[in-house]
Ligand binder design. Structure first.
Ligand code: DC
Length: 225
């Protein structure tokens, strides 16, 4: 069966470079980009802003369903009309996102919203379960990995560049805790789809990973001709 809207999924743990690579691939192909992690980060922030505890599941799910989010084409993210991008990019926001993401009904509430990003001419979807749960029919599925040390180093560099004050040891610990929670939850845990191409990026530059994904996509389109 031929599908009209192609999808590439890029999944993997935190700090592996998914966001950077996904944005480069989307730009190169002129496709839409879904940053699914941002939706979980925004859900956690919206709950915090309303004073809702993450253990109050019904209220967290109600907030998720009513999220008023706008991804601006020129960059930036509005939550209820307010720019919140800097607020959701902290390590604390990532850890909170991982907590709400473990609630199965939150994941269900975000399902349709994620599917709606699938628009012509194509979609690059970045997350933990893009290839396994949200876009199981994707044309190309990539799973990026890197050693925990390397990911901590990359995250550290990113945060320092943004002017944050961070300690690499506590960062490494936080990354490990978040990975464990994301891998061991019951709903859509972090794992490669059976038909995903796994790329270990520990020794690769951003350019090398980008080229590898583009080569894999070129092969996919050749196969379907
Ligand atoms: O990719 P990120 O760091 O922005 O993701 C933040 C958290 O959101 C991550 O630790 C787990 C959760 N998440 C998820 O469960 N499923 C996704 N598709 C994307 C993110």
């Amino acid at each position: 069966m031929s599908k009209s809207i192609p999808v590439i999924t890029l999944d993997g743990p935190g700090g592996v470079g998914k966001g950077t690579i996904s944005a480069l691939v989307a730009k190169k192909l002129g496709w839409h980009y879904l940053d699914s992690g941002a939706l979980y980060r925004l859900t956690a922030l919206a709950c915090q802003q309303k004073g809702i505890d993450f253990s109050a599941i019904d209220e967290v799910v109600g907030t998720t369903e009513k999220l008023q989010v706008e991804f601006l084409p020129e960059g930036g993210i509005l939550l209820d009309g307010q720019e919140v991008e800097p607020l959701i990019r902290t390590e604390e926001a990532g850890a909170n996102a991982s907590l709400v993401a473990a609630i199965p009904s939150v994941r269900e509430a975000l399902f349709k919203r994620q599917k709606a990003f699938m628009q012509p001419p194509g979609l690059v979807a970045d997350g933990r379960d893009m290839g396994t749960s949200i876009f199981p029919d994707a044309d190309l599925k990539v799973f990026l990995t890197a050693s925990a040390d390397e990911r901590a180093k990359r995250r550290y560099k990113q945060l320092i560049e943004k002017g944050n004050n961070v300690n690499i040891e506590s960062l490494r610990k936080e990354i490990q805790e978040r990975d464990e929670r994301d891998m061991n939850r019951s709903a859509s845990p972090l794992k490669p789809a059976g038909d995903a191409h796994i790329i270990d990026t520990s020794e690769l530059s951003i350019e090398q990973v980008f080229q590898e994904v583009m080569c894999l996509y070129a092969l996919t389109t050749k196969d379907s001709q």
